[in-house]
Design a protein around this ligand. Structure first.
Ligand SMILES: CC(C)=CCC/C(C)=C/CC/C(C)=C/COP(=O)(O)OP(=O)(O)O
Length: 302
């Protein structure tokens, strides 16, 4: 009887919360709604320490916070969400720590594609971004299954950066761009239209004869599946980017609440969006000033 009453009360509170959120999001939507929000989920271990929880519990509660945050973002109409789930540098942590985060990751990735998951509720396509070869076979296969299972979802996009750093992404992209150019030149040479370009040394090329362009590099980025983020939220009051989306955040609004990741909630998102809206005109102006025509080959600086 008591349990039933408890369930009833939590249903009523749940419904009230969701109506209140709808109203607040309705008001926020009068202003520009960000298309893409990225998150650095910092502070999971500190949360466990703060509350004297056993190791790993902070990350489990962090995952629940992530699910609520995704729901709020999709309710607000944010189409793209990107999260920094595990960096290449995180592999240098204690083996037991890497092991429990990877175990949690595999369990939760498998849960993501279940019928009643948030991904299916909001029609979310999932991408795993990074050097997936660095993952264990079981985590990599789970990630690939999730990407295949959600490939036809088109209402929203969740990019999960694992085994990721920005420098690795940029190097990988430059290598791919060079390989593509090399293959194109070889094809031209074979067809007789290459004018001996392959044999030319750097000294013999004219200035401005750049081999690869900004557009080429952008095309080969892992993150080419999404537009650049409008807001980057990093919890725990940290204001560093820690090698996350360095290429994509040139004009991004940074928001850094002091809450640890498992403590993040609706009001943090509300203030982040409001802050973004207050700076929107300035950010748009900055983008216009430094916009690069897509055929251009040289970088411009702001
Ligand atoms: C399937 C899926 C998306 C799972 C994600 C699970 C999850 C919450 C991963 C967070 C991983 C991580 C290294 C967070 C940083 O906190 P930290 O460990 O560096 O904590 P600290 O900042 O207190 O040291």
């Amino acid at each position: 009887m008591d349990k039933e009453r408890g369930n009833q009360a939590s249903r009523i509170f749940g419904n009230f919360g969701s109506i209140l959120r709808k109203c607040i999001f309705g008001i926020l939507s009068i202003g520009p709604v960000p298309q893409h929000i990225a998150f650095i989920m910092d502070g999971n271990r500190r949360y466990a320490k703060k509350w004297k929880l056993i190791e790993g519990t902070g990350h489990r509660i962090g995952f629940l916070a992530l699910m609520s945050m995704l729901q709020y973002c999709y309710e607000l109409g944010v189409k793209y969400v990107t999260i920094y789930a595990f960096s290449i540098d995180n592999f240098k942590r204690r083996p037991e720590e890497v092991h429990y985060v990877m175990e949690l990751m595999q369990e939760k990735i498998e849960g993501l594609i279940e019928e009643e998951s948030i991904v299916n509720r909001y029609g979310v396509r999932v991408y795993f971004i990074g050097d997936l070869k660095l993952l264990s076979k079981s985590v990599r296969l789970a990630a690939e299954r999730a990407m295949t299972a959600t490939a036809s979802n088109s209402k929203a996009v969740l990019s999960i950066c694992v085994a990721y750093t920005s420098t690795d992404e940029i190097v990988h992209s430059v290598q791919e761009s060079c390989q593509e150019k090399w293959d194109e030149l070889k094809l031209l040479e074979e067809s007789g239209a290459g004018y001996g370009l392959i044999g030319l040394g750097a000294n013999e090329m004219n200035q401005g004869d750049d081999i690869i362009s900004v557009t080429d590099v952008e095309k080969h980025m892992y993150m080419a599946v999404t537009p650049d983020p409008d807001i980057l939220i990093r919890t725990s009051g940290e204001t560093r980017l820690s090698n996350f989306l360095l290429w994509q955040t040139a004009h991004c609004h940074l928001y850094s609440p002091s809450a640890l990741w498992p403590e993040i909630g609706f009001w943090h998102l509300f203030w982040a969006v409001l802050d973004f809206q207050r700076n929107f005109v300035y950010l748009e102006e900055r983008k216009k000033v430094v916009q690069i025509p897509h055929s251009d080959t040289n970088c411009s600086s702001s």
